[in-house]
Design a protein around this ligand. Sequence first.
Ligand code: LLP
Length: 433
Amino acid sequence: MPERPDPMAVDPPTALAGDAALVERGGTLWCEGVALSDLADSVGTPCYVYSETLIRRRYAAFSAAFAAVPHRIFYSVKANHNVSILRLMHGLGAGADVVSAGELYRARRAGFAGREIVFGGVGKRSDELEAALEAGVLFVNVESEGELRLLAELAGARGVVAPVALRVNPGVEAGKHAFTQTGHYKTKFGVAWEEAERLYEFAAASRHLAPVAIDTHIGSQILSAEPYDRALERLGQLLNGISRRGIKLRYLDMGGGFGVPYEGEAEIDLAAVARSAGKLAVEFNLTCAVEPGRWLVAPAGVLLTRVLYMKRLGEQNYCVVDAGSNDFLRPSYYGARHPVEAVRRGEPAIEVDVVGPVCETGDFLGRACLLPATDAGDLLAVLFAGAYGAVMSSNYNSRPRAAEVLVSGDAHRVIRRRESLEDLLAAEVADDE
Ligand code: LLP
């Protein structure tokens, strides 16, 4: 049995590198003080494994980058909505950024007070806006004139004043994949920059709306500070106009989008983003609201999967594993390249496509992966799977969703049990059927 490593012995610079959720010890991979092979034996595969220590460390690093700026962090629940992760974030002092009644419910169950929540989303139903008012959220990020009018009506019917921000589409292109860009007019998000001032006036004139914030979110997996600068400059121009009209806001919500180095890219300079946001916030006497998701949790999670079969078709090697695109969609949906590592270490020996059991050609976790000699029964870890992993999983092919495990030191906790076959039918048939 290899000696248990001290999880705290991983110094911060190493901990922020790509594979930091895992350490290598005695020829095998560990998450903090727990051997992945032990976890696979006790919890089964596929399963998501998260390092609590790394989440804590990344939260501290994110806060430190914004330390000089009056700010509040609203963890973007969509990145990883497991209620235990939400409780952890709440305990660290985060608020929550939610985009649906479901996320609001999760956040409330995790202990977030209404005032610790911002509510966004491009297509909120009236029952969702009602739920936001009922919870007393800090503000609602409104994305259209129709929504603004509906919110005023709903608040009026309740005899309350709804605190609102307008999510402004600043017309800025940012982010790697077209599907995760949100800051220009070929994407559905927000209100047009040119419309925003008029809508702020409308909100200010309404007895049932209180404009308290300005909001933007330009995309996701952004690795440079530059697009934030451009978006903030556009917001600055708006803030000038808004304050000239005598409308006084309290928050500058700059969204999330901070990228992580999936493919070994340079880290985003968070301090530079914070400096730009801080300048604007100070100029207009605003508190900066930030909505990071991926940056906090992606590197802290891995997807652990077992090899079912090795096979060769002509020149092509395939490694068929027990996790598929229903468990982890990012590689097939975005063509995202996540490092795939053998749990039992060894020199690279073969180039393989790591594919899942789902009946789709697009069902792969990694292409042209270099692995050591690998056999059925071996374990693989897909790195950077802590964000937009479990949350985007489905039951396609009637595959029960994977378990999720939170590791802290040499302890671990199953924070979502593996779904059972009965779970698959739970919403379809009555118990006595
Ligand atoms: N705030 C708003 C309004 C958002 O729409 C998002 C993400 C965030 C914050 C958090 O963004 P983050 O800091 O995590 O980049 N499924 C895609 C990512 C979609 C992101 C959607 N919005 C992926 O797997 O890359």
